[in-house]
Design a protein around this ligand. Structure first.
Ligand code: PFF
Length: 452
């Protein structure tokens, strides 16, 4: 047992854990998804509702994941199995592992696009037009597969290094770079003409834009962005030492995630208006801002090109390196879920497990790369339904099977004066009633809309 425990590894430091978990949370969902949603949903009002969803639903569920992970020191399947009997507990974990594999298989393709665009920018500014156009073609299956495989190889290499030497070290290096690059880019965009129009749209809420759809989008975005519902943060929690304050760490991770999403919007929305100032179209005929792939792979690269010369090159490559790094710290956590499952439950050494599972997911990613329309299907099933369903099962399990009193006993380690504060009065109520209820309403409506 003791041997098995040591083999699982631990985070070396408190900061290392927070950065690794924040690295999982901060990804394409923040730098691409969040500004896209803001552009799509009437600007600042979305930010407000998103913030509420993160604090009211995301944070309590994140604390739950860390707690179950640290208490059991297991992967999601082993963790639920250890805490309950019957078919339901392992099913929650298996669902998480499956979501991890399926989300990773399309996430890798999108991450590969962003990584490819680093070269697109370099080739363009070097005057290699044909090469630049080749990389820019999102419909080229071979190229998509190639970059997805490269991205997976990097992910496997980091995971193979283990918890502290691989994951912790890589995220500890990448996260600060990401923040610094983001801030420098924001400052530069603010000096350009047109940016203030974007800033106004971004920061002034239009309360008439708030409707049920917006609330549902915000909650879905919060789940995906905070990496909740599939056991990624549960797995990261399983490498935590007992003396670390779970609640404080979860607050830091949530704030980092929300903060970086906010910063990404602060860069991208004003940048769109700078692009408009230089004659680039940023809105469709319906008057809505371009979002998603058009925004990231059309509007922004056009802006970088319009800057011209060294600035364009620097800005363009920095932006796509930023996106790729954010994606990499997330693919690491997506792969760690099935890898930890194979290590714990099937006693396979880490390196073998990482290469084996990584190889299988790579095949899935190649299939997606060759059939891009699969991305929408996978997003619908695994992001929009899978993660909230996982989160709902987790809350139900914690509240009615394991019981929140037991969870509180675990949280008390590392949080000495917990009983003197408000936390014990608020959190059990939220995970038992508020979170499952809100998630169930959103999930029910999503399913109803899908099926009708
Ligand atoms: N949170 C990541 C993002 O915002 O891009 C995506 C993600 C990572 C979702 C890990 C789920 C997960 F378990």
């Amino acid at each position: 047992m003791a041997e098995h425990r040591t083999e699982r590894g631990n985070w070396n430091s408190r900061l290392g854990f927070v950065l690794a978990a924040a690295g999982s949370a901060v990804g394409l969902g923040n730098i691409w998804g969040f500004p896209t949603q803001v552009a799509d949903n009437g600007g600042a009002s979305f930010i407000l509702i998103y913030l509420i969803c993160c604090l009211v639903v995301g944070l309590p569920v994140m604390i739950a994941e860390f707690t179950i992970g640290r208490h059991t020191r297991r992967n999601p399947v082993g963790a639920f199995k250890k805490l309950g009997s019957g078919w339901f507990p392992p099913l929650i974990g298996l669902w998480g592992v499956m979501c991890g594999v399926m989300i990773l298989s399309f996430y890798l393709v999108v991450a590969g696009w962003t990584f490819g665009y680093v070269f697109e920018e370099i080739f363009y500014f070097a005057g290699l037009t044909a090469a630049s156009e080749w990389v820019a073609d999102l419909g080229n299956g071979f190229k998509n597969a190639l970059f997805a495989v490269l991205f997976m190889a990097a992910t496997i290499a980091i995971i193979t290094g283990g918890v502290s030497n691989g994951i912790e070290r890589a995220t500890k290096t990448m996260m600060p770079i990401l923040i610094v690059v983001l801030v420098i880019m924001i400052i530069y965009v603010f000096t350009l003409q047109g940016s203030m129009d974007g800033l106004r749209l971004y920061l002034l809420p239009d309360f008439t834009a708030i409707n049920t759809n917006l609330v549902f989008s915000a909650l879905g975005q919060a789940f995906f962005s905070l990496s909740l519902g599939m056991g990624a943060l549960l797995t990261y929690g399983s490498y935590l030492k007992k003396n670390q304050n779970i609640v404080e760490s979860a607050v830091y991770v949530t704030l980092a995630d929300v903060g970086i999403a906010f910063l990404a919007g602060l860069l991208i929305i004003p940048a769109m208006f700078v692009a408009q100032y230089s004659g680039i179209t940023i809105m469709g005929e319906d008057g809505r801002l371009f979002a998603s792939t058009t925004l990231v792979f059309d509007v922004l690269p056009n802006l970088f090109k319009s800057m011209g010369g060294a600035f364009g090159l620097l800005f363009g490559t920095s932006f796509f390196i930023l996106l790729s790094m954010a994606a990499l710290t997330s693919t690491i956590s997506l792969l760690e879920v099935p890898v930890s499952y194979i290590i714990d439950e099937h006693k396979v050494p880490r390196k073998k497990a990482a290469i084996g599972v990584g190889g299988v997911v790579m095949i899935f990613a190649i299939i997606v790369a060759l059939n891009i329309s699969l991305i929408d299907v996978l997003v619908t099933i695994f992001n929009n339904v899978g993660l909230p369903l996982g989160g709902l099962m987790l809350c139900v399990f914690l509240a009615w099977f394991w019981k929140s009193e037991n969870a509180m006993d675990e949280i008390r380690h590392g949080y000495d004066n917990m009983d003197q504060g408000l936390f014990p009065k608020i959190w059990p109520f939220f995970v038992t009633y508020i979170c499952p209820l809100l998630i169930a309403v959103v999930l029910g409506t999503t399913l109803y809309n899908l099926l009708s």
